[in-house]
Design a protein around this ligand. Sequence first.
Ligand code: GAP
Length: 513
Amino acid sequence: MAQEDVFKKIVSHCKEYGFVFPSSEIYDGLGAVYDYGQNGVELKNNIKQYWWQSMVLLHDNIVGLDSAIFMHPTIWKASGHVDAFNDPLIDNRDSKKRYRADVLIEEQIAKYEDKIAKEVAKAAKKYGEAFNEEEFRRTNGRVLEHQSKRDALHQRYSDAMNAGPDLNELRQIILDEEIVCPISGTKNWTEVRQFNLMFSTEMGSTADGSMKVYLRPETAQGIFVNYLNVQKTGRMKIPFGIAQIGKAFRNEIVARQFIFRMREFEQMEMQFFVKPGTELEWFKQWKETRLKWHKALGFGDDHYRYHDHEKLAHYANAATDIEFLMPFGFKEVEGIHSRTNFDLSQHEKFSGKSIKYFDPESNESYTPFVIETSIGVDRMFLSILSASYQEEKLENGESRVVLKLPAALAPVKLAVLPLVKKDGLPEKAREIVDALKFHFNCRYDEKDSIGKRYRRQDAIGTPYCVTVDHETLNDGCVTLRNRDTMTQERVAISDLCSLIEERVSIPSLLKRL
Ligand code: GAP
């Protein structure tokens, strides 16, 4: 099945099974804003718990924070967001559609790369075993022609972006490359303009006395401006970290791909404060630690790769992304940045207050350097769903859709199913739910055949189902069914809790780290 179709199926599965709904759906939705349904919120909370506990429980030098979404507007001046958190946008006059100029050009670069990949695939098929890809790429006329066009465009684009960006040059590239609007098919483009991604609103009641405030575009600044409060009250010694989970808002121009790029989303960020000069060692360490956290979910190492940034932001001295293989290719899920002391120094400058750290070991004061790990909850959610969604043909010729979610993240851990709705079986099943619900999320279901009930639980990723049958009333045992293998075993009700809990708890996942 084409990956595009897989993605469409995942989106409709999310809606059908209560994971993700378009926001304000009865009013036809609101662009790039989504609501999480009854199963989605459980999965999302489990992802957050996995992250939070891996940071705050497993490190005695990392503590949490929950800072406000509204912050003093000068914070965004100091951080550079007021002046530089922009995307270059361009409109097509015929379709009236708006695009990011940089994305249009990047897609054009990708088109050249696709052409090369197609030539290579065609030749590989033609020559079979004897095919030497490296030599083919080096000598084939058509490949060389595409490659040289791609490289020239890439160079011109990089130069334009590095020069401010140079908005006229971006537009000229779009014209020279004859890029057309995908809707109207025309090249009738406006000028390129800078568009700030922050949402703003007014705080205060009177027109005169009100102040323009922003909805935070990242949670990180709340950590920076509180770092000394936390350090002093928590008696933290460098190196130490502050972790925070919270909403962030960006007025994305091109908001596509479901919950991959949203206007309201959630971030899990950790700022790790270190002694200047040690930051690259810590950067390396956090890069490894974070990849390990992703890989512990068990989707396979081939789903991940690093993308080290060649061009760094002016305040960073190292940066990498952890990319995940989504149905639409490898995409950034998490960023790890060595941000030097840029943010703290800026806040010192703009607030006029010293926020230096006094190091009792070296007897000196300094502005710490910062390693940041920043991951989007919603992107993590999408990556987990994409990797878990499977359509399987069964031996009996039927098929099933199953979410092979890591058990610890599954919304429901156990479904308890009475075989029939009589003979005391529902009462026994409810008794089991009532005993286990204090330990993990259980669901009771008595409607439809057992087969249909299994399918319903498979579709939301429930790792275990137990069936209560007539025998249960005599022997105190139930049939435990495993979602992935579909194997069944007879277990005593008294063993259920320990058996399941050790396989589905967040600590079971944390122990793999
Ligand atoms: N404090 C650093 C920072 O915010 P970023 O690369 O802009 O860095 C970090 O964002 C992470 O937040 C991304 O890797 C991504 O997972 C998530 N993210 C960013 N913009 C997003 C959006 N519009 N929708 C969903 N997630 C987003």
